[in-house]
Design a protein around this ligand. Sequence first.
Ligand code: HEM
Length: 207
Amino acid sequence: MENLKQNLLESANQKLKEILENARNLVGLSENDFRVLADRKEILLSWTDELAEDFYQTLLSYPKTAKVFETVPVEKVKEKFKAWYRNLISGGGGEGFYRQQFFIGLVHIYRRIDNNVMIFMANNLKRNFLKKLFEHFEPDEAVYVFQAFSKLVDFVIALTVEGYIFTLYQALTDVAGLRPALVERMMKLKLEEIYNLFKREFLHPTG
Ligand code: HEM
């Protein structure tokens, strides 16, 4: 059991490092992105309530996403969301921030919120943020600030998506009591089978 826990934590740390490295190399995520936001925190923080209201209004007005709030009080979640936004704008990043984002991803996985819903809602938030930027800044600065915000929000969503796969994979290995190398081999064979089936019958359905 201790061994399993240790492996799980090590794999999670490894995954986090890997995603961070990808974000640094592919979109240039850096500590500067936090500075760009923090330098303008007075105005960006003044949008907290409005952005949160809009976010949860969208989720509550669609029955499929409203359902999750039958068991979790929306006001409680909204407060957590506002704390997250404040921390993103003025927290300054760092190791603790990255760990917290990975955990936030897992919270949504645990609540079975689909990845596509997370992606669409991140897009919803980014568009509202961009609209406000253009209302308050000159276009060049608006785009500059948006790029920093967009990178950081995408980073959180990337953690959620990867965390989903990570958690399912760990759960599968654990529940079935299989060795990771064996799961890897079985997956490879199954994926090949699925790939061939889709190539033949999904791209060009006959029925
Ligand atoms: C950009 C996308 C999103 C962000 C940044 C976000 C942010 C957060 C944060 C910071 C928390 C608190 C996590 C913690 O306990 O430490 C949270 C919890 C939660 N979120 Fe989200 N969220 C997003 C999308 C969604 C969506 C799309 C839904 C519903 C369809 C949702 C429903 C919830 C629920 C139900 C909780 C509470 C879970 C619990 O306490 O067990 N979130 N979210």
